[in-house]
Design a protein around this ligand. Structure first.
Ligand code: SF4
Length: 388
């Protein structure tokens, strides 16, 4: 497994901040977030509703709607030469990527890379697919717009190939979205997103509306496609248990801030942030001894009036005096800068983390295709006040 430290970069986000509205009533939805995604990496972005995870994704893909406004930061996409997929920094020749400023005021920049390099799969397929167009026409429209040199015959063949890729018969090219099941519609969304062979798939709660069986089928197929095609994934969800199984790396957001980021297995078995600890102890394991579950006291803050210092301090069992007044630093833990990060005073200098937040980091699973935890979990859904 290529680790996050040796992957070539694909997306780099620095100090990104997004508000909704202006002035005193502005909602600070994303507040100074740094995030990296490597080539071929699956990064899970977890957090409860309103934590800023979707806003972050829509900001970097420039799909943010008014009154959302990017008030600071950078987002750089690394466009690698064709035929350099799959390599890490230790392999052979070193290709040089083109750095694309996704936040450029020149909209042609984002128009060039969106869909062809970075594609988005939205949550509700029923609302995202044009109800009066057949599936074949939907795919054909994309190919016609972005691949003008492709003739009708090749477009038809490509449309059938895309449906086949996601496990749907080519007969369905003639179907309207309402004639498909929820799972099939979501597969069509994935097929559409893959139409131009993007290098990064941004998936915003793509399976939330589906039952768990269909959800699992689609995720298994998605991971298989990822292995075959080599794209990276930014997977946004409030369902932490999904990420533990599919992600290489998990980032946790709270009140617009990215409070912890770590390899999936490390985050699950040895969390460093009290909020992550609360989440991972809010749902039962299907294996191992019974344990007492405890939700997280309190509710997420109103983003128009985020608590001073650490926004989690009113709910934190380990809060220090400094937590109420000073914003915690963004700390790199564990030697390797890319390995894990946490925003918490408990891990800084003179302070001491409690034993619960200092468990040894588990070694990566050698045979794993991702960094996922081996422990299966039941319904780890992040909601206000904890997880259920
Ligand atoms: Fe708790 Fe303080 Fe850490 Fe925030 S910075 S999570 S309040 S200990």
């Amino acid at each position: 497994m290529t680790t996050s430290t040796t992957r070539r970069p694909l997306l780099r986000i620095r100090n990104l901040s997004v508000d909704y509205g202006f002035g005193d009533d502005a909602v600070h939805a994303v507040d100074g977030v740094d995030l990296d995604i490597g080539r071929g990496e699956v990064v899970g972005l977890a957090g409860e509703s309103g934590s800023g995870k979707s806003t972050l994704a829509y900001a970097v893909t420039r799909l943010l709607r008014e009154p959302g406004v990017i008030v600071g930061g950078e987002a750089t996409y690394f466009e690698w030469p064709e035929g350099t997929d799959g390599g890490d920094e230790t392999s052979g020749a070193q290709p040089v990527p083109v750095e694309v400023d996704l936040l450029s005021s020149d909209r042609s920049v984002i128009h060039r890379v969106r869909w062809s390099q970075i594609a988005v799969v939205f949550q509700s397929a029923l609302h995202s697919l044009n109800p009066v167009l057949r599936v074949g026409t939907l795919i054909d429209d994309v190919l016609q717009a972005h691949e003008p040199s492709m003739g009708p015959k090749r477009r038809r063949a490509r449309a059938a190939e895309l449906l086949d890729l996601v496990g749907i018969s080519a007969d369905r090219l003639r179907s309207y979205p309402h004639e498909l099941s929820g799972g099939m519609r979501q597969r069509v969304m994935i097929a559409l997103a893959l139409a131009l062979r993007p290098r990064l798939l941004v998936m915003d709660e793509p399976t939330t509306a589906l039952d768990v069986v269909i959800q699992r089928e689609i995720l298994t197929e998605l991971m298989d496609l990822r292995s075959r095609l080599g794209f990276s994934v930014l997977f946004i969800t409030h369902d932490l248990s999904l990420l533990i199984e599919i992600a290489d790396t998990i980032a946790v957001m709270y009140a617009g801030r990215l409070v912890e980021k770590a390899p999936a297995r490390a985050l699950f078995h040895a969390p460093r942030h009290p909020y992550t600890y609360g989440l991972t102890h809010s749902f039962p394991s299907l294996h191992g001894p019974h344990r007492t579950m405890a939700g997280i006291e309190g509710s997420p803050p109103d983003l128009r009036r985020v608590p001073s210092g650490c926004p989690f301090h009113p709910r934190c069992a380990w809060a220090l005096d400094i937590c109420a007044t000073q914003r915690p630093p963004d700390l790199e833990l564990g030697g390797s800068p890319a390995a894990r990060r946490v925003q918490c005073w408990l891990h800084e200098g003179e302070h001491h983390a409690p034993a619960e937040l200092a468990a040894p980091t588990p070694a990566p699973l050698a045979a794993s295709t991702n960094g996922g935890a081996s422990t299966r979990t039941a319904g780890a859904t992040v909601h206000s006040g904890g997880a259920s």
